[in-house]
Design a protein around this ligand. Structure first.
Ligand SMILES: [Zn+2]
Length: 69
């Protein structure tokens, strides 16, 4: 029997009715900005996600869907 605390489920719930809030400027974010990262450090393609208001970066990720443009 494995440790039960390691198998706790995490359920993703789609909530298109909830608007995210920027953790920095606490502005409602009906939209967020994405920007492509260049191949500068040999990390491959990716993008960063940032706030349109304060422009602080909220996260980055490898590219997991076709980036527009
Ligand atoms: Zn912000």
């Amino acid at each position: 029997m494995t440790a039960p605390e390691m198998t706790a489920p995490c359920i993703a719930v789609r909530r298109d009715d909830v608007v995210p809030i920027c953790p920095f400027c606490e502005t409602d974010l009906p939209e967020i900005y994405l920007r492509k990262l260049h191949r500068s450090f040999g990390m491959g393609r990716g993008f960063i996600v940032f706030c349109p208001h304060c422009r602080k970066v909220m996260g980055s990720s490898a590219q997991w869907y076709p980036f527009p443009g």
